[in-house]
Design a protein around this ligand. Sequence first.
Ligand SMILES: [Mg+2]
Length: 736
Amino acid sequence: MRFIIVSNRVPFSFSESNGKVDLIKSGGGLVTGLSSYLQNFRKSFPKSDYQWVGSMGSDKLKLDETHQKKILQQKLQGIFLGDEELKSFYNGFCNDTIWPLFHYFPSFIEYKKEQWEVYKKINEKFCAHLLKILKPTDIVWIHDYHLMLLPGMLREKMPELNIGFFLHIPFPVFEIFRLLPNEWRKQILLGILGADMVGFHTYDYCNYFTACVQKLLGFEANMGLISADDRNIKVDAFPMGIDFEKFYKLSKSEKVHEQMAKIKTVTREQKIILSIDRLDYTKGIEKRLQAYGHFLQKNPDWREKVVFMLVVIPSRIQVPHYKQMKEMIDLMVGKINGSYGTIVWNPILYQYKSLEPTELSALYSLSDVAMVTPLRDGMNLIAKEYIASHPDYRGVLILSEMAGTAHELGEAILINPYDIENVESAIAEALNMSIPEQQERNQIMQERLKRYSVKRWADDFLKEMISFKKNQRRERTSQLIGNSLKTTILNKFQRSKTRLIFLDYDGTIVPFSRLPKIAKPDPEILSLIDKLSALPDTKLVLISGRDRATLEKWFDQKNIDIVAEHGIWMRNGNGGWKMIKPFNNDWKKAILPVLRLFADRLPGSLVEEKEFSVAWHYRAADSKLASMRAQDLTNTLINLTVNLGLNIVQGNKVVEVRNAGADKGSAALYFLAKNKHSFTLALGDDITDEDMFKVMPKNAFVIKVGRGQSVAKYFLKNYKDVRIILKEMTGMFSNH
Ligand SMILES: [Mg+2]
């Protein structure tokens, strides 16, 4: 097995200055986390190999042998891009459009068509590069918002490839996501859905993504599965962890203790509040400074007893918003130090630079309080690293409820970063928290971080990906019926002594219509049914979800068997109707009002009442709204019908409630058992037909109408193709 990891950045890149090519180490949680995972990769997947693909700098660089060797050693595959396109990709669409949008800063969004075009082009370049190295058996794991179109592009070229995608930033709610131009937002969703498995840090992001897919693409979704046209996609939450042991051990090392001693000579007995972030408007640095200033004003006793260690790591300075923000921070630091500082005390110690791991660890270990208060953050690993760097369980974490981490670190002091009063009182609470209380909280959080480390995160994702693909492959082997297969079916039909044909009605032999009542059989299908049922030794079973009165009216004079209400009622030839087993329908009284309420709320939807089932149809309603309502209704019904012995089925633009124990499968079995037939054919189009498909004998021809997940071995595109094949069957005998 070979794993291909794809991300915008890899652990290092190259850049040229004064004619010399330098190697630049990349930082950031994603690269750090993946690097440490891959170092011990074989522990998780013995005998497997991996390659890590990502951009490594300008295509003008001339790399020498030592550079190439270094790339090879680390199992990297570098992608080299043009200087201009690199700039307008990373600083452009990635960080001027997607970043502010996904972090809820709509006013910062740039809508530049040229940048979107570059974004597409870079994704295409990644795709082209991958196609050169990929084998069909590879497992491809694509990371983050720079490459959201890539899964779809790869899927198009290699339909069977196992592809995973993980988003490391938040996925926004629909009302925010919809701000993107129609074409872009659609392409982005379809791009991500090229993956088989899509991962986010929290369940909220999973839900927001799924809702956007339902509303903008009209795909159905259920229990973390999205049904696209040709396959299912799994969406799940995998909160990323850290390499706990690394941070834990480092904090106990001698080097770090030396660093701590150095810092101590400056801070002496003062309590330290740590604030460390990459320069970014999402991190809430200004709001945090504001709250600290407010704290000093309200708590004069704490002056000279506390110091705010502000570390800002330079980033994206070419983007104007970042530059402005840097100036603002400088100004605020000056103002607070000027207002509250004394000859012997600076309220804020400010550094604008990157830190070495030992410096970072020393700051983590030494700080009494860490403030991680982003306005919005996909995960935030700094919070986790801070907790891991305290072997003595001391230290208080003040954590924003807007960070993905907040779902896991509930023992921290959770705050709303926009609420200055709230943050101010959190600072006071943190500084006054007793040691035993700190220890109690941190011990719980450390245990959790130890268990769900970065290794566990990546293992979970990859193993889930592998098992999901296995299932997907098992379930979806259906093949479009072409001419040669059609000939095989027709020949077998002709040669067989006795024949049994199961036909679903709606969507299988007639087209869907906006209202179920008008889907009356047309003359062509009625004549086809007449001819088919007149063939010697040929039995026709019409197997439908419709009520028996309607079917009786439409097919009264026909020499066929009929199954109504998905298997509750059966009519054998011209004999009367009988029930497959006794059912009651008392539950209808309770369920119908709920369905009616949903029908009232969604224009174009309607309720159909049958004897032993009820259905809510929404084919004629607005599809975006409808798929969301369908999900709501299903959830409501699941809660209402626990223990009632009912089944809730989401069919093709319909949600149906019916008695459990009767389905098309049990009905079909009844006919299969009655007589042995040498030719069996089953045709159906939606999820209720799957029950019938499952019980078909091995030698039967099982055909789904339309694409999509199915146990059927074959599929036809639509009802017209069904009619063509049925017509040819009747023609086989007309010459004799
Ligand atoms: Mg149907």
